[in-house]
Design a protein around this ligand. Structure first.
Ligand SMILES: [Zn+2]
Length: 169
């Protein structure tokens, strides 16, 4: 309930981000812990001087895959979430990930899901301003009835737009 209270006090845009982060964070934590453990485990194994048994060698060589995977985890998260910013996130992750800040930045970016509007634009929809037909430019001008056809016309009209009669006022 505390979470809901926090959500309720946010704007809609923040709320979307918070809810999405909450949904995805559990699976991420699992991946983070597993990959992190394997990466450091294999690093520690590879660092061991002397002979390793078969399992130790396997673990050490698995670091070739696991350590880059751990480093690129923000990109993996972005890919799993079908982020529209995947190329940018991958670039930040790859080139700035060595600094912890760049890694965390890429990760947060990966978690940020596009809003429905951004998703619509991503699929090429043109968002037009809502139009109000009742609010025409001459909507509030004074009107009168044409004495020939009875249709409503502007009070300043010199000629009826319906029947074409000349109006003498
Ligand atoms: Zn008329």
């Amino acid at each position: 309930m505390k979470f809901l209270t926090v959500v309720a006090s946010c704007s809609y845009r923040q709320r979307v981000v918070v809810v999405v982060i909450e949904q995805g964070v559990q699976m991420f934590v699992i991946r983070f812990l597993v990959l992190g453990f394997l990466a450091f485990y294999s690093y520690a194994m590879g660092d061991q001087p002397g002979g390793l048994n078969g399992f130790g060698t396997f673990i050490a060589f698995s670091g070739i895959v696991v350590i880059p995977a751990f480093y690129m985890l923000p990109t993996i998260e972005a890919w799993l979430r079908e982020s529209s910013n995947l190329p940018s996130i991958a670039a930040v992750n790859l080139f700035l990930g060595w600094s912890i800040i760049g890694w965390v930045f890429a990760l947060i970016w990966a978690f940020r899901k596009p809003t429905p509007i951004e998703r619509a634009q991503q699929f090429g929809y043109q968002l037009s301003q809502p139009s109000f037909p009742s609010q025409q430019p001459d909507g509030n001008k004074p009107k009168k009835d044409c004495p020939f056809c009875g249709e409503e016309i502007l009070a300043v009209a010199k000629k009826c737009k319906h029947c074409g009669s000349e109006l003498t006022t």
